[in-house]
Design a protein around this ligand. Structure first.
Ligand SMILES: *[C@@H]1O[C@H](CO)[C@@H](O)[C@H](O)[C@H]1NC(C)=O
Ligand SMILES: *[C@@H]1O[C@H](CO)[C@@H](O)[C@H](O)[C@H]1NC(C)=O
Ligand SMILES: *[C@@H]1O[C@H](CO)[C@@H](O)[C@H](O)[C@H]1NC(C)=O
Ligand SMILES: *[C@@H]1O[C@H](CO)[C@@H](O)[C@H](O)[C@H]1NC(C)=O
Ligand SMILES: *[C@@H]1O[C@H](CO)[C@@H](O)[C@H](O)[C@H]1NC(C)=O
Ligand SMILES: *[C@@H]1O[C@H](CO)[C@@H](O)[C@H](O)[C@H]1NC(C)=O
Length: 550
């Protein structure tokens, strides 16, 4: 009797296991997932935490990723989130260096649907593809797409460099390239069409998207690109080597000889690395200490130089800003008169750190232009903190997006928007700001802030459906949907057309023309055409001189 019951339970268990756990066959083995539901009770399959690269630990730390190629027996357990990459914030038990995973969400394993690959933001040092904390797939899975979200190495672990062959940098971006190759080779088994891939990133993820549009390594791996509130098409000052040496110094490692530095830093626990880098964030402003390297492999030039010459993947681009981006960030100085006073008197000394651009040496001249423009020659004070916030937004996010639009529109259609809608969700629902990331709450279920999420009864659901519609239609066709009689005109050679997204949508001219004009003047795209022809001339002269002597 007892035996029978047990057997019965076992049998039931097996049946329900089959019903609940979809299994996909891939070339390396079977993968077991789960079934999740959208807010409107649509069921979809979720395969989370699929490793695309070996754990980058020990000798593999600070090196290009190595693809998973070893087949497995039985079923790979993709029924729960994988580890997040080491960073400040999440509890330690959900983080590990063994974090190079993709998640796949799909409604029909037997279809061939357009694929959206999501690259998360977080200033290259935070964030992840976690399905509850950050990148909840439920909203997008109302639409007819396959969604992939990925993790990449962050912080020093992703972007450290010795600027030598030992550690050229860009590891986090090479992780993303490897994940895109995984999508190309595997997504067909999950009902995705590998000939219809849209890369989509927000903030640092948007910057990464523009790097892939530029990079020769990423060509052919995607067919459309969406960069929201982030673009690396700017002239920001980057110095990964400086931060690498500072990290070495502060972990008592050798600082200069690449082999000695690396063999020491490879033994430092990731917790220490994360902790040391955290100490460098002192004023509460966003920053990108870790960024790309022009390494002669992932990138031969700065992204703006690729875009200026039309030397990039010619795919349709969708990009834009939220109205106020980082304006709120200056509010942290509201009750710090000492800081404000010191910044006002010494802005040129703070300028590189705060605005992440190299204002030259001496920096006074360009900083003076910036002050004149934003502060109208007034002393910085509580009264004009919002203008300081605008300068932070422009230097960090806005001008890069503008430059992306301005350069790319000569070669491809660029769908440009500004997000103006103030709903009831967001990281800071109470402040009167349409800030960085607020639009993401209409695209992903973001659990980590613990605030309100949207459900179909809310007024905000209307906006959510519009945002999901924009992304999915663009992923399906390369063109965004029409909104009633309103057509979203792309920016082209002659016009910068902008869609203003609010309760009602409207097309108008470009946002913030005077502000972007200032940054265009202060930081023009460096003309490498002339520089490389100078190099060539020097080489030719050198060869000629050598010939004379030989
Ligand atoms: C999947 O597609 C194949 C080929 O188009 C078809 O033969 C098969 O019946 C489909 N399976 C399901 C479960 O729809
Ligand atoms: C996959 O996408 C390509 C490019 O958009 C398209 O031509 C093709 O028809 C799609 N395949 C299927 C089966 O839908
Ligand atoms: C385009 O970029 C590639 C890869 O970085 C480079 O090898 C090539 O010289 C560039 N072509 C032009 C015309 O600039
Ligand atoms: C600010 O000062 C500069 C130099 O002193 C002057 O040229 C400019 O007109 C002033 N701008 C405003 C808005 O007062
Ligand atoms: C560029 O956009 C403008 C405004 O939408 C439109 O009138 C014009 O025809 C477009 N030009 C080209 C070359 O497509
Ligand atoms: C957006 O729409 C709301 C409601 O109609 C309006 O109050 C607000 O001013 C609009 N925002 C912008 C930037 O136009």
């Amino acid at each position: 009797m007892m035996f029978k019951i047990t057997l019965g339970i076992l049998f039931l268990g097996l049946v329900s296991a089959q019903l609940n756990n979809p299994i996909v066959k891939t070339p390396l083995g079977k993968i077991r997932g789960t079934i999740l539901k959208t807010e409107k009770d649509r069921e979809f399959y979720a395969f989370r935490g699929i490793k695309y690269a070996e754990a980058p630990i020990g000798d593999k730390r600070f090196k290009a990723p190595i693809a998973v190629t070893k087949p497995w027996n039985g079923e790979y357990d993709a029924t729960k989130d994988g580890y997040m990459c080491p960073q400040v914030g999440p509890s330690e038990d959900i983080m590990s260096e063994d974090c190079l995973i993709v998640n796949v969400y799909t409604t029909n394993l037997n279809a061939s649907k357009p694929v959206i690959v999501y690259i998360h933001g977080g200033s290259d040092k935070d964030g992840g593809s976690h399905s509850v904390r950050e990148a909840g797939p439920e909203y997008l899975m109302e639409s007819e797409i396959v969604l992939v979200s990925l993790n990449y190495r962050l912080n020093a672990l992703g972007f450290l460099t010795t600027r030598t062959a030992e550690a050229p940098g860009n590891f986090g971006f090479l992780d993303q390239v490897m994940a895109l190759k995984w999508v190309r080779d595997n997504i067909g088994h999950f009902g995705g069409n590998s000939s219809s891939v849209t890369i989509f990133g927000f903030s640092a993820g948007g910057m990464a998207v523009t790097l892939h549009v530029a990079s020769p390594l990423s060509r052919g791996l995607f067919h459309r690109a969406i960069a929201m509130s982030g673009s690396a098409v700017n002239e920001q000052a980057i110095d990964n080597l400086h931060w690498t040496r500072k990290l070495a110094h502060e972990t008592s490692c050798p600082m200069f000889n690449p082999e000695d530095l690396l063999s020491c830093l490879r033994k430092v626990p990731w917790q220490t690395i994360v902790e040391v880098c955290k100490r460098w964030d002192l004023y509460g402003f966003a920053d990108m200490k870790w960024n790309y390297e022009v390494d002669g492999h992932f990138l031969d030039f700065r992204p703006s130089q690729y875009f200026a010459r039309g030397n990039f993947s010619h795919v349709p681009i969708l990009t834009g800003l939220s109205r106020d981006e980082f304006n709120f960030m200056s509010l942290g100085l509201e009750n710090k008169p000492g800081h404000l006073n010191d910044i006002d008197m010494n802005l040129e000394k703070y300028s590189r750190e705060f605005f992440m651009h190299d204002f030259g040496d001496p920096a006074e001249k360009k900083v003076e232009q910036l002050k004149t423009f934003y502060f109208k020659n007034q002393t910085m004070s509580k009264a004009n903190l919002d203008r300081f916030g605008e300068a932070l937004s422009d230097s960090f996010i806005n001008h890069g997006v503008h430059r992306l639009v301005d350069l790319a529109r000569k070669f491809v259609p660029v769908y440009y928007y500004r997000f103006d809608y103030k709903g009831s969700v967001g990281e800071f629902p109470s402040i009167d700001s349409i800030g960085h990331g607020v639009d993401q709450f209409y695209i992903f279920k973001i659990g980590k802030f613990g605030g309100k999420l949207i459900n179909p009864q809310d007024k905000d659901w209307v906006m959510l459906e519009k945002m999901v519609g924009i992304l999915s239609t663009f992923a399906q066709t390369g063109v965004p949907p029409e909104f009633g009689s309103l057509k979203w005109q792309p920016s082209n050679k002659t016009n910068i057309n902008t869609l203003y997204i609010n309760e009602t949508f409207k097309m108008d001219s470009r946002p913030y023309p005077e502000r972007f004009q200032l940054w265009d003047t202060l930081f023009p795209v460096e003309n490498i055409g002339s520089r490389s022809s100078i190099c060539l001339t020097i080489i030719l002269i050198a060869v000629a001189v050598l010939n004379v002597f030989i």
